[in-house]
Design a protein around this ligand. Structure first.
Ligand SMILES: Nc1nc2c(ncn2[C@@H]2O[C@H](COP(=O)(O)OP(=O)(O)O)[C@@H](O)[C@H]2O)c(=O)[nH]1
Ligand SMILES: [Mg+2]
Length: 623
């Protein structure tokens, strides 16, 4: 069992010293950091706790200038070690870091009052103040320990409490999709590209393929080797600091804020709807600056904030990030209160807002959505959604399914939309049969296109009996998958790429009488195919003949040769009596017909496999 804990707290309150005392490792790696006695970059140090559990620290800078770096360290870490110096007391960046913790929704960790040797009589007071300040955050009830890293007082207790905190932490999901936010990348002689990050969920294995996404084009990479705490590993589970040696990517092209992803498991998201928890000076989103910086994982991306109403806003990111519903984004501005607040992602594929009042309606809808996202809302909005898309979006599907929603294979379908689409299909096919009684049916593509087109009444109308939107257009990509169920519901069938109402497509309409007369005439002379004039006299043009052929009332052969379907079998009876093989001319005489009929008829029999050619001039029947 292992965990990762990030430090937090005002500069010079003893965070790095505490990490050093607990792990024996100096977290301030840079020469400049040591010279100035100031953490600038993230520091990393791990240790084994008395129980054998492992813990890795991400030591963050406390100075206000490095707030962005601090968020990078804190963002992906599930636990926080919040440090307040007994002699310094609650300070400016104590507040900033508290706000960051609240914005990130962090709710596991501990409070450490340090430097108690410098102000032994202030410990209780400073603890009480810190408790007060943390009251509104997820750290309200975490254990508190007072220590002096200088004298060692309290350090034993601190180790024990840390152990308890780690033991009580939420169990990470080892089977989750991997999203490793990169905090460092460098090149090692012999090994090549290495990236590091906090693996919060999922498992990494040597040989795994992962997608590397960042500001540039996404790239497929392979895990060549893994390390954690300086030890090589074949596989690493959460929660761990991990170093991943990658094949297929240059260290120089990888940056903090990039992410390594399980291929296919994540969508890159540019626009989200979110609930913003405003902190600091602002108490109204409407007064928030429109241009901010969004911190998600280790990424920091410019973002535009559009208030929708109440605490809800639409965030448009400068570059897309691998985000899911339930993710937290920290919004940072500039000025006196740099942290605007935290945004809880509620929808990663929000609807376009076009009409007056859309924003307010959207805000009202978002008010009912939580960290699990809104499966029912998404399905109603699109009519049908592949279940895999909901998984990728981090949207949890309620069990049992919400009322009115059904499964159709891999799709989740709004029953009402399904009924509406299927009715519309029936109308379209009906219209086709009415307009052209001999039609072979409505071409499939035309039908699907019509259903996928946004109808004017669908934009303004509302769903009967509800305030919900009217039927959405059929998602074009899902048409083929949905079609069978739509056809079944509409009692339609598909024949040769056309949709047909079998009840209406059965007859020949006005051509019926002519075909009947032709049938009567040809029963006596099966190989005397009608000439063009006879067909014209009967009123049988190409359209009527095609319909009759489709209904298997006639056999239509090349050269406008029209026979009855029985002619093929009758011909075989005659040909079987001939000496085998036979010529086309012998066959023509045996059938008592013309070359115009005999040649296409023989070729038809060849195609059916009833006769075959033995050489250029002769055939035999296949027995
Ligand atoms: N007397 C005393 N000094 C401490 C203690 N912890 C840290 N310091 C000192 O406080 C200063 C700032 O500590 P540092 O760990 O760099 O603080 P950070 O900025 O929060 O990381 C350093 O000079 C430390 O030696 C402590 O428990 N007692
Ligand atoms: Mg430090």
């Amino acid at each position: 069992m292992s965990q990762v804990i990030a430090t937090a707290g005002h500069v010079d309150h003893g965070k790095s010293t505490l990490v050093r005392a607990l792990t024996g490792i100096e977290p301030d790696r840079l020469a400049e950091e040591r010279r100035r006695g100031l953490t600038i970059e993230l520091g990393f140090a791990g240790t084994t706790l008395p129980s054998g559990r492992e813990i890795a620290f991400v030591d963050v800078p406390g100075h206000e200038r490095f707030l962005a770096t601090m968020l990078t360290g804190l963002g992906p870490a599930p636990l926080v070690c919040f440090v307040v110096a007994a002699d310094g007391g609650w300070s400016a960046q104590s507040s900033d870091h508290r706000d960051a913790i609240a914005a990130l929704g962090l709710d596991q960790g501990l409070l450490v009052i340090t430097r108690t040797d410098l102000a032994p009589d202030r410990t209780l007071e400073v603890t009480a103040r810190a408790r007060e300040e943390l009251a509104g955050t997820g750290l309200a009830d975490v254990p508190a320990v007072a220590v002096s890293a200088r004298t060692g007082e309290g350090m034993e207790t601190l180790r024990e409490v840390l152990d308890e905190v780690v033991a009580g932490a939420r169990t990470p999901d080892e089977t989750a999709d991997v999203r490793l936010w990169v905090d460092r990348s460098f090149s090692l002689p012999g090994a090549g590209t290495v990236v590091t990050g906090t693996l919060g969920a999922g498992t990494l294995r040597v040989g795994d393929e992962l997608d590397l996404v960042g500001a540039g084009q996404a790239r497929r990479t392979t895990v060549r080797a893994l390390q954690s705490g300086g030890e090589d590993a074949e596989q690493l589970g959460p929660v761990r600091r991990t170093a991943v040696n990658l094949r297929g990517a240059e260290a120089g092209s990888i940056h903090r804020g990039d992410a390594l992803l399980t291929p296919g498991a994540w969508d890159l998201i540019g626009v989200v709807d979110a609930r913003v928890d405003v902190r600091g000076a602002l108490d109204d989103l409407g007064a928030a600056p429109a241009e901010l910086v969004a911190h998600a994982g280790t990424a920091a991306v410019p973002v535009r904030l559009r208030p929708l109403g109440g605490p809800h806003a639409r965030l448009t990111l400068d570059r897309p990030l691998p985000l899911r519903c339930g993710d937290r984004i920290v919004l940072r501005g500039s000025g006196e209160h740099p942290l605007l607040g935290g945004a809880l992602v509620l929808d990663v594929d929000p609807p376009v807002l076009t009409r007056r009042g859309d924003a307010a309606r959207r805000a009202a809808a978002l008010a009912g959505i939580g960290a699990d996202g809104d499966a029912a809302g998404i399905i109603l909005r699109h009519g049908a959604v592949p279940s895999g898309r909901l998984v990728r979006q981090g949207v949890r599907l309620p069990d049992p399914l919400p009322e009115g929603i059904a499964r159709a294979g891999d799709l989740l379908v709004d029953r009402e939309a399904q009924v509406a689409w299927s009715r519309r299909l029936a109308e379209l096919v009906d219209a086709e049969h009415t307009a052209r009684p001999l039609s072979a049916g409505l071409p499939l593509k035309a039908a699907l296109d019509a259903l996928a087109a946004r109808r004017d009444d669908a934009r303004t109308g509302t769903r009967a009996g509800t305030a919900g939107p009217a039927t959405p257009p059929l998602p074009a990509a899902l048409g083929p998958a949905l079609l069978p169920s739509l056809l079944r519901a509409a009692s339609l069938v598909e024949r040769d790429g056309r949709l047909v109402d079998p009840v209406r497509a059965g007859g020949l309409g006005q051509a019926e009488a002519a075909i009947t007369r032709l049938e009567e005439r040809m029963r006596a002379t099966p190989f005397a195919a009608p000439e063009a004039e006879e067909l014209a006299a009967l009123g049988l043009g190409p359209e009527q003949l095609a319909a009759a052929a489709r209904q298997e009332r006639i056999l239509r052969l090349p050269g406008e040769v029209v026979l009855l379907p029985a002619a093929a079998a009758l011909a075989m009876r005659e040909l079987a009596r001939l000496e085998q093989p036979f010529t086309a001319s012998t066959a023509r005489q045996a059938l008592g017909t013309t070359r115009r009929v005999a040649i296409p008829l023989l070729e038809h029999l060849d195609r059916r496999g009833w006769t075959r050619r033995v050489d250029a001039g002769r055939r035999e029947i296949v027995r």
